[in-house]
Ligand binder design. Structure first.
Ligand SMILES: [Zn+2]
Ligand SMILES: [Zn+2]
Length: 246
């Protein structure tokens, strides 16, 4: 038991503020009093900052800088700074992740366990964002189709789509982008837009029987965009063709 110098109450030893210099490792001030004192001090300081007389040169500088950040010029400058230091920040995060991988993973698993609802919301939000991005959208369609086709011929998709097919999402998009805002190649009637297009395999992917076939038919030369109705027609026609061949 120990007496607090401020509130004059006798309390247990472990509720006093830690200070390693003292003999018993604690101050003669209890935690409650310490928090009250801190609040009082910060309020006093805030009060002081309101009038110009109470500010030091440093305070003045901080206030000016804060105000500058909210102006148009300041916003542009901050954006520029972020763009310029993007690489630096990425490197910093990479190094931090490498040094603390286990700790970060354990923390994220624990967080997921504690907040299942929040995690669900987060995932939905991410999915929506991903689908709205046309580059990811095209890539996702190819990815899903690829794993389905591989399943159909009795194989499993074991590595990432990029590694299997040898082109990135960006390359896929820049190949397909030339079909957007053009008339559909098959019917010559419908203007192709981001919302109504389908990725078509010129030689139908349904013919593939081995993994090599699948990779060959998924190369960029075999891919183009056509309208939804043409795609539907082609799918039924292709099915009949493939079934006839068998
Ligand atoms: Zn006290
Ligand atoms: Zn068409």
């Amino acid at each position: 038991m120990k007496k607090c110098s401020r509130c004059k109450c006798e309390k247990e030893n472990n509720v006093f503020v830690i200070e390693t210099n003292k003999k018993d490792g604690r101050k003669e001030l209890c935690n409650e009093c310490f928090i009250q004192l801190k609040q009082k001090r910060s309020e006093k300081r805030k009060e002081k900052l309101k009038t110009p007389a109470g500010r030091t040169a440093w305070d003045q500088y901080i206030i000016l800088r804060r105000e500058f950040r909210h102006t148009e010029k300041g916003k542009i400058k901050e954006k520029q700074y972020r763009e310029n230091s993007k690489h630096k920040q990425q490197k910093y995060h990479q190094v931090y992740y490498q040094n603390n991988t286990e700790h970060i993973k354990a923390r994220s698993i624990q967080w997921t366990k504690d907040n299942p609802e929040k995690k669900k919301q987060q995932r939905n939000k991410q999915n929506k964002k991903r689908q709205a991005n046309i580059i990811h959208n095209f890539h996702d369609r190819i990815r899903k189709r690829l794993s389905r086709v591989l399943n159909e011929i009795g194989l499993k998709k074991e590595s990432r789509t990029q590694h299997i097919l040898g082109y990135s999402a960006q390359e896929l998009f820049s190949h397909l982008a030339k079909y957007i805002n053009q008339l559909c190649e098959d019917c010559n009637l419908i203007l192709i837009k981001k919302e109504n297009c389908c990725i078509d395999h010129i030689i139908p992917i349904g013919c593939a029987k081995t993994k090599e076939d699948v990779i060959r038919l998924n190369q960029l030369e075999n891919l183009r965009l056509i309208c939804k109705s043409c795609n539907l027609l082609k799918v039924t026609y292709d099915l009949r063709l493939i079934k006839g061949n068998k």
